[in-house]
Design a protein. Structure first.
Length: 335
């Protein structure tokens, strides 16, 4: 797939998309919530969430399934009313001015929800007609979007015949057709190949660099690293929020050790229940341990492994990644 820049008017906002510089502290707030709460009977799906997301910011919203991400997103899109608290999106109250909110935003769903019996261009023109009233303006905007998202060569293909990556690109095209200043993306790269994921993010970077605010839910930790700010939600509560580097510098309550080698499963079984092991998890081909004092405890553990014939090829103290932080926060806040 080709890459190209979306057709949006330039702004002077600073973002991760234009060299990784932080968003200016005086940039206007695009999204603001105070005490945002949503209850379904006895279940509190969103619990006193406070957010302040600035114009041009890429905000990554992380949390396990059922944590409250999608409910929060629906409230911010003025699809669902909160039980209490407040939310303003694009300067408009989601309860008092829902239609004004919807005019400011674009929404890209996690699952492909377009018309599979229509072609690429017909899908885009349909949404252009809904938002822009049809006629020449809708046709012109359709051509702009086809060009800016490199969809011209596929304009005549039925949506049902597209690969996962192209379907997501088409879904993004329909979300952008009315030039929203705030874009909500619910796991926009879920289930697509790595190359398509990178290309989608290239487009998102371009949008943020032009001043569009992005609110992105994701399960991919490497995508979270690309955001200006990350919010972790668990059981409805926002348990951490900050820049990726700030979150990784927080006290970790121990030393993080990475083990690599062919006998990690046996090492894991051997270490279960040991008092000096505060936590351990598999991360792809590696095993991560949290030790109270790794420099003192790790040599004796490795000696035990050697004595038992377990092959550990690498053992080193490392800095926590966003995934390590995410797992720790989830476990700490589990009830």
């Amino acid at each position: 797939m080709e890459s190209s820049s979306p057709a949006f008017p330039p702004t002077h906002s600073s973002s991760a998309a234009d060299g990784g510089r932080p968003i200016a502290g005086d940039a206007p707030l695009a999204i603001e919530t105070r005490g945002l709460t949503k209850r379904f009977g006895q279940l509190v799906a969103v619990d006193q969430v406070d957010l302040a997301i600035r114009q041009g910011e890429i905000f990554g919203f992380l949390g396990p399934n059922g944590a409250g991400k999608s409910t929060t997103l629906r409230i911010l899109c003025a699809i669902m009313r909160p039980s209490s608290g407040s939310a303003r999106v694009g300067g408009h109250d989601v309860v008092q001015e829902p239609e004004a909110v919807k005019q400011q935003i674009g929404y890209m769903a996690q699952r492909f929800g377009l018309y599979e019996e229509l072609t690429v261009s017909e899908n885009i023109q349909f949404y252009a007609g809904v938002y822009l009233g049809g006629g020449k303006l809708a046709k012109r905007r359709t051509e702009e979007i086809l060009a800016s998202l490199a969809l011209k060569d596929r304009r005549g293909e039925l949506a049902r015949n597209l690969s996962g990556g192209w379907k997501q690109r088409l879904a993004l095209a329909t979300a952008l057709v009315h030039r929203p200043r705030i874009l909500f993306l619910d796991e926009p790269t879920s289930g697509i190949d790595p190359v398509s994921r990178r290309q989608i993010w290239d487009i998102l970077y371009g949008l943020a660099g032009e001043g569009v605010t992005l609110f992105v839910t994701t399960h991919y930790m490497e995508e979270a690293e690309r955001c200006n700010t990350i919010g972790f939600i668990h059981q409805g509560r926002l348990v951490a929020c900050g820049a990726p580097e700030e979150l990784k510098e927080q006290p970790f309550d121990g030393d993080l050790v990475e083990l690599e080698g062919p006998d990690l499963r046996h090492a894991f079984d051997r270490l279960k229940g040991r008092p000096e092991i505060r936590d351990m998890n598999f991360y792809g081909p590696s095993l991560h341990l949290i030790l109270s004092k790794a420099e003192q405890e790790l040599p004796s553990l490795l000696e035990e492994f050697r004595a038992e014939g377990l092959r550990i090829e690498t053992a080193r103290i490392i800095q926590p990644s966003i995934e390590d932080i995410f797992v720790r926060l989830t476990k700490e806040n589990h009830s």
